[in-house]
Design a protein around this ligand. Structure first.
Ligand code: DGT
Ligand code: CA
Ligand code: CA
Length: 371
């Protein structure tokens, strides 16, 4: 029964390429041909902190996520390089717009983090991998046309295979793995490609003489259970065979909720923008309240006529539910944002609320928490 179910599923995994760095490139086309490194500065001294991500030019020189900024600077010392601080409000906004676009392609949609999503398109493509490939091409085209961001897509009979497939060709890749190709596809890959295999597990497996997923598949399940316990042992065994039955479903709660609109025409008139923001704020606010949440932060985002994105945020001392407070803050933030803008006009405006808190007595939220 399980195999029958698997044979009929078609799952797409989408992963945005070098996401934070690509968003920065989009904002500043002039840096596109340089090494771009997005950094989390610790605030303790000029170069203290770590690399969040880097574009593929910087990666060519060995720059990696998590690396100290000082190391990255050394690696890039003979290269034209740009170091930028992370700007989560900006990435979240772009991510949400992309996710909203992607979610319309299938009924079952699951966002994972800021830059990954699964779609179960089995019904939509009638179980056909050829149709799924066309659909994925369409998705890539639409995202690039509207957001100027490339992503890599994997297609497989389940989430596990689709995710591994998405990681095979980056950036801007598309990899299709049909059910009959799964075994062959995974067997030569290193075990670390499997979700849940970190450095420690990799080491333990190596001690058992297991480096590839194929070797893991050949290992006796009793032995795996002996070493890793029942749950993990069974998971590794199934995963090594490319078996994964977990459904595509939206989990957890969003970290932020935002809405953005394109103005009828570019403008510098705050009244015009505020009118739009007022509607967006009502929308976001009611969606937050519906989920039994209060919030602490409000941001305003403006996409200028040259497509740069500006944002201003405010975090309150205590969580609030007040729409009036949101409207007042939005007005202040917009004024602040426009104050320094003497030339450009605004093309799109948006609002974002984040830092959610659960209001007491909202029992149904228990279903969402803990993920
Ligand atoms: P790729 O390989 O083209 O998908 O590149 P990214 O940058 O999209 O990498 P991914 O998908 O692993 O991570 C998505 C974002 O998460 C990335 O743009 C920045 C952030 N991130 C990833 N790893 C780290 C890390 O070790 N430290 C910090 N601070 N941020 C990270
Ligand atoms: Ca990514
Ligand atoms: Ca990712």
């Amino acid at each position: 029964m399980v195999t029958k179910l698997q044979a009929h599923r078609v799952v797409i995994h989408i992963d945005f390429d070098y996401f934070f760095a690509q968003v920065e490139e989009r904002e500043r086309p002039a840096i596109k041909d340089k090494a771009v490194v997005v950094c989390v500065y610790s605030g303790r001294g000029e170069d203290s902190g770590a690399v969040s991500t880097a574009n593929y030019i910087a990666r060519k020189y060995g720059v990696k996520s998590g690396m100290p900024i000082v190391f990255a600077k050394k690696k890039l010392k003979n290269v034209e390089a740009v170091f930028l601080p992370v700007n989560h409000a900006r990435y979240d906004m772009v991510s949400q717009e992309m996710m909203n676009m992607i979610r319309t392609y299938a009924y079952a949609f699951e966002q994972v983090g800021v830059d990954e999503a699964y779609l179960d398109v089995s019904k939509r493509v009638d179980g056909s991998y050829e149709k799924a490939r066309h659909l994925a091409t369409e998705i890539k085209k639409e995202i690039f046309a509207k957001e100027k961001i490339t992503c890599s897509i994997g297609i497989g009979p389940n989430k596990l295979v689709a995710k591994i497939a998405a990681g095979r060709k980056k950036p801007n890749g598309l990899t299709v793995v049909r059910p009959e190709e799964v075994q062959q596809f995974v067997s030569d890959l290193p075990v670390r490609e499997l979700m849940g295999v970190g450095r420690k597990t990799e080491k333990k497996l190596r001690e058992l003489g297991i480096k590839t997923i194929g070797q893991l598949a050949a290992c006796n399940i009793g032995r795996l259970v002996g070493v890793f316990g029942n749950t993990l042992g069974n998971y590794f065994h199934n995963a090594s065979l490319g078996i994964d039955e977990t459904p595509v479903e939206q989990r957890g709660r969003a970290k932020s909720i935002s809405r953005i609109v394109t103005l009828k025409q570019n403008t510098r008139d705050p009244a015009v923008m505020l009118k739009e923001i007022k509607n967006l704020a009502e929308d976001v606010h009611s969606s937050i309240l519906e989920q039994g949440l209060s919030f602490k932060s409000v941001s305003i985002v403006a996409v200028m006529d040259d497509l740069t994105t500006l944002s201003r945020s405010k975090t309150f001392q205590n969580p609030t539910e007040s729409l009036e407070k949101v409207q007042r803050t939005a007005k202040e933030l917009l004024e602040l944002l426009l104050k320094r803008e003497t030339d450009r006009s605004v093309r799109r405006v948006g609002i974002r609320m984040s830092d959610f808190f659960e209001e007491k007595g909202q029992k149904q939220l228990a279903d969402f928490s803990g993920n």
